[in-house]
Unconditional design. Structure first.
Length: 243
């Protein structure tokens, strides 16, 4: 089923404005496996020069990437301002020698020069972006990235989440029962969630695009999939792909 956007993508970005005062930070635990992801990107980023981090929040990953001392330039973008996120307080003013922070107003990436980015990283962000928002990013990233750029993106898959976090996923089961949607198991609920991936934004909501739908979207714009899911994070997929 093809998703049909029912809202303005500008409204989608606006839905973040009241969230995560002082900056979003991912919680550390075994299933999210931050340490495993750190080890992976430390190796995978070697040899790259310009990194784009989409949805930097309070700078948890920005600081880690900066301290790797791999990149000449790091572009950190977010729907919220650096002041709202306390970004420089977390990352350190000294990091301005390499990090540029941009508050985005849309998904166009029009402030980035074409053919300049060789690594794109995003974690705990695309799960909050609708199907149409993700498509806009993927479409626009093609021109911004160099030919051998690598992209490492985490997003939401209901089936993977339900198996890893069955108690937390119970909220989705109850929510859709209250909406009088019929389903017999999590597989059927997952399809309902995929079909809902362009409905109206709510502050902090998840869009459960799913691995297959995300891969389909990447292939629509002729990206080459390296790993459908790195399977580092046991709760959410992380796809690694290239131009």
């Amino acid at each position: 089923m093809e998703n049909k956007v029912t809202h303005s993508l500008t409204d989608e970005l606006q839905s973040f404005q009241t969230l995560w005062k002082n900056g979003f930070h991912t919680l550390w635990d075994e299933k999210r496996n931050q340490t495993g992801l750190e080890h992976f990107i430390k190796e995978d980023m070697k040899g790259k020069k310009v990194c784009l981090e989409i949805g930097c929040g309070g700078g948890q990953w920005s600081k880690f990437i900066y301290n790797l001392n791999i990149f000449d330039k790091i572009l950190c973008i977010d729907a919220l301002s650096a002041e709202h996120n306390n970004f420089w307080e977390h990352v350190g003013e000294h990091a301005k020698d390499k990090i540029t922070y941009v508050k985005v107003k849309d998904f166009s990436l029009d402030f980035i020069e074409n053919n300049t980015i060789d690594y794109v990283f995003s974690y705990d962000v695309w799960c909050h972006i609708s199907y149409s928002g993700q498509e806009e990013y993927l479409k626009n990233l093609k021109n911004k990235c160099v030919e051998d750029a690598r992209l490492c993106i985490m997003y939401a898959d209901a089936l993977k989440y339900s198996k890893s976090e069955p108690d937390n996923f119970e909220f989705q089961r109850q929510l859709w029962k209250q909406r009088n949607r019929e389903f017999n198991n999590d597989e059927e609920l997952a399809q309902i969630l995929i079909d809902d991936c362009d409905s109206d934004p709510e502050p902090g909501r998840w869009y459960w695009i799913g691995i297959d739908k995300f891969i389909e979207l990447c292939e629509k714009y002729n990206y080459n999939i390296i790993h459908r899911d790195l399977n580092i994070d046991k709760t959410n997929p992380i796809t690694l792909f290239t131009i």
